[in-house]
Design a binder for this molecule. Structure first.
Ligand SMILES: Nc1ncnc2c1ncn2[C@@H]1O[C@H](COP(=O)(O)OP(=O)(O)OP(=O)(O)O)[C@@H](O)[C@H]1O
Ligand SMILES: [Mg+2]
Length: 165
């Protein structure tokens, strides 16, 4: 696997050291990631590139704290995440990392505003003025009461699906 692109404009945001993820199929070990070491600096824009089976999804699952490495260390935003408990991983996913999915992950029966408010409710925080402000930022305030299917595909992927403050 190769990491490519980007300019350097800050300190280290992600540091992976000898990161490995081995899947076991019976007695057979599948080394999806084999001692991968790399750094990503703040402000860098990177892409993971490689053939099918190279380990891209495995790496993203580790960076998103949806899976834990077999060995190695992974430091993200100053936190060593490889030893996180399930509760710490949940908190990390809610507060630190964001994903934009190809299939947007929007709830079709909720309005645009309600979809944006959803992660806040999971954090037991009141949406308050935050939702209109976020919608304003991506030019969707006038669409607050629409359902996802009434938006264009680009707008579905571009809106603020996760709150960070
Ligand atoms: N849950 C699993 N159990 C066993 N093997 C797995 C599992 N998930 C992935 N693998 C194996 O790990 C290797 C890396 O898979 P991964 O899904 O990370 O590749 P990828 O680069 O995302 O591929 P693609 O481009 O097809 O999405 C592959 O050999 C795959 O078969
Ligand atoms: Mg994949």
């Amino acid at each position: 696997m190769r990491m490519s692109g980007g300019h350097q404009s800050g300190g280290v945001l992600i540091a992976a050291r000898k990161l490995s993820r081995i899947y076991w199929r019976g007695a057979e070990a599948i080394r999806a990631l084999d001692a991968v070491t790399f750094e990503v600096r703040r402000g860098e824009f990177i892409a993971t590139v490689g053939p099918s089976g190279a380990g891209k999804t495995t790496l993203l699952n580790l960076l998103g704290c949806m899976d834990a490495p077999t060995s190695g260390t992974l430091e993200i935003a100053g936190q060593e995440v490889q030893g996180f408990s399930e509760a710490q991983r949940t908190r990390y996913r809610r507060q630190v990392v964001g994903f934009v999915f190809q299939h947007f992950g929007l709830v079709p029966t909720l309005t645009v505003a309600e979809n944006v408010a959803l992660p806040l409710l999971f954090s037991r925080r009141r949406p308050g003025e935050r939702v209109p402000a976020l919608l304003e930022r991506v030019g969707l305030r006038h669409r607050a009461k629409h359902r996802p299917h009434e938006l264009s595909g680009g707008r579905c992927s571009g809106w603020p699906s996760r709150e960070r403050s």
